[in-house]
Write a protein that binds this ligand. Sequence first.
Ligand code: KIV
Length: 274
Amino acid sequence: MINIFDFNKKKAAGEKITMITCYDYTSALICDKTSIDTILVGDSLSMTMHGHPTTVQATIDVMAMHTAAVARGAKSKFIVGDLPFLSYRKSLTENVNAVQALMQAGAHAVKLEGASGNTGFIQHLADSGVPVMGHIGLTPQFVHLLGGYHVQGKTDESAKRLIEEALALQEAGCFALVLECVPSDLARTITKELKIATIGIGAGPDTDGQVLVFQDLLGLNTEFKPKFVKKYINGAQIFVDAIEEYTEEVRRGAFPDADHSFGSKKVAKAASRA
Ligand code: KIV
């Protein structure tokens, strides 16, 4: 399993960091069989697993439950637990309790969105033994403030602000940073400016690593087709075909066959005596 120092080592060596989101035990077992570096139990599960319209509906209890399930399956992976909407914007005690819930559920680090108002808390967490991953650019928890899901940092002013935020998060003690939906040249500039690793999603090829959502990568979500998603398989169609084949076999009596049924010598003997 990698640790937080490997993020910087990989950056220094020019080796890409690979990350995928994962939300449940079965998927975690699958991810654990791969060489992927790290798993994010993202609050995107609010949408992918629970069908909510945004990530705003994710709660700390739900995040902790999914983090625990992933930790039981992906025993060899570095797991980042996502702090949900407002869970780190309360009193210090409540914020720390939220972090404690994710870490004790099995996360090795937490992620939070935005820089403004978070740097003091990030410093407190770093001083308390909790690695923090930052997240700037399109921060989905800010969807209502941003007026929707749009590429960020397109103007000189907003690009400058994102560079300042990235430096502030590094200064506060983040060990890595997610850059979501920003122009590739801005992501390249931020990546060069920072000592810590950047992990991009919709941020072009020059970040130190990439993250994609499990359902997007595997083509399980047919509704969501943003430009930055690459579908590696048409998972939804593979599942539909398998379920249709099963349904058809049951209907014509081809399943279960002898290979998938239990034999019993006693029952066979009893039947022959009758
Ligand atoms: O919640 C999530 O899945 C995320 C990634 C998109 C970075 O924050």
